[in-house]
Design a protein around this ligand. Structure first.
Ligand code: CUA
Length: 353
């Protein structure tokens, strides 16, 4: 091989590799990471990308060089020389991919096993998925439940995930991992948050009409702030919520009802002006007065039944079996009463307009 050819090949390879590296590195392809596991996953991604760029540069160099150098002349109608294999070349192009693929497999296996390894003093969170919301439960803290996943920074967290209906999947891009939640199984996910912040948490398995609305947040807090949040929740979880809320200008009972409405993710599916909710999957709660009339029931009884036993009367035009059935058991009696009172009050107000 002439020296000039080698220089040309190496030159083309460097240019192709440089362009590919720029495309990989310059745009921000990945979100800024917020967990230790995501950092390891990124390492695998960049390891594979580096190998890909290396191979791409070689292939591009040989291809471009051959196109330019061995192009046939216009009046050349000869066949090329017959070639029957090249043992050395064939062994080389078998061994190199074998080594690379094995290396990727080993690195991936190490990262997977380290990401699955549970840290000491792990915080357990039970995750319940259903059409169309996630509920997060802290069993070591008097079963505090939250519609938002709150985590302390720096501590190993273990999610135990169950589905009440169909397959869902939980994904926080900043945490890097994604895990399916399958009915009949308890799937697990380990997270060690490394950065305080609020990140989107979304369902990434098409699970029905409200799939695109099945999203909430993961909030990573400083450990001290997390502990005081949990204490606060424990306090308000054991006795029924007091009606002394002063956060809104409405009457105490409707403010408690609004809190229940917001904490249970009702806004994901329902419209309700009083709660500034704009969901469109389920019935429009501003129209409860007319729905109750169509169901031929008194308003309060109708609202109560629709929460506890959603299938009893389904407003025409809306899907059956989408509203979760759990609220009858999940909500305490005072929470349920507050919610019903709030809905009745808001519906009457918007009905009078
Ligand atoms: Cu749950 Cu999509």
């Amino acid at each position: 091989m002439r020296r000039g050819s080698i220089v040309a090949l190496v030159g083309i390879a460097l240019i192709a590799g440089g362009v590919a590296t720029a495309v990989a590195v310059v745009p921000t392809w990945l979100p800024e990471r917020a967990s230790r596991e995501a950092g390891r996953i990124d390492f695998v991604i960049w390891f594979v990308i580096a190998i890909c760029i290396f191979i791409f540069a070689i292939v591009a160099a040989v291809l471009i060089y051959s196109l330019l150098r061995f192009r046939v002349q216009e009046d050349d109608f000869e066949d090329g020389p017959p070639i029957h294999g090249n043992t050395g070349l064939e062994i080389t192009w078998t061994i190199i991919p074998f080594v690379l693929v094995t290396a990727i497999a080993i690195v991936s296996a190490i990262v997977l096993s380290r990401n699955d390894a549970q840290g000491a003093d792990a915080l357990r969170v039970n995750v319940t998925a259903q059409q169309f919301e996630f509920t997060f439960n802290y069993p070591d803290a008097k079963n505090v439940t939250s519609p938002v996943l709150r985590l302390p920074k720096g501590r190993s967290v273990e999610l135990y995930m169950r589905s009440l209906d169909v397959i869902h999947s939980v994904f926080v891009p900043e945490f890097g991992q994604k895990e399916d939640i399958v009915p009949g199984l308890v799937t697990q996910l380990h997270i060690t948050p490394t950065r305080v912040g609020t990140f989107p948490l979304e369902c990434t398995e098409l699970c029905g009409l409200g799939h695109s609305l099945m999203r909430t947040q993961a909030i990573v807090m400083e450990p001290a702030a997390f502990d005081s949040w949990l204490k606060q929740q424990e306090k308000s979880a054991s006795p029924p919520p007091s009606s002394g809320g002063s956060t809104t200008s409405t009457t105490p009972s409707s403010s408690a009802g609004l809190t229940v409405f917001n904490q249970n993710g009702c806004a994901a599916c329902h419209t309700l002006t009083a709660a500034n909710a704009k969901g469109t999957v389920g019935p429009d709660l501003d129209k409860l007065v007319s729905y109750a009339r169509q169901a031929k029931q008194p308003l309060t009884a109708f609202v109560h039944e629709s929460i506890v036993d959603p299938g009893a009367y389904v407003q025409p035009g809306y899907p059956n079996g989408v509203m979760p059935k759990k609220f009858g058991t999940l909500l305490t009696k005072s929470q349920l009463d507050a919610l019903v009172a709030f809905l009745v009050q808001s519906a009457q107000k918007s009905g009078n307009k």
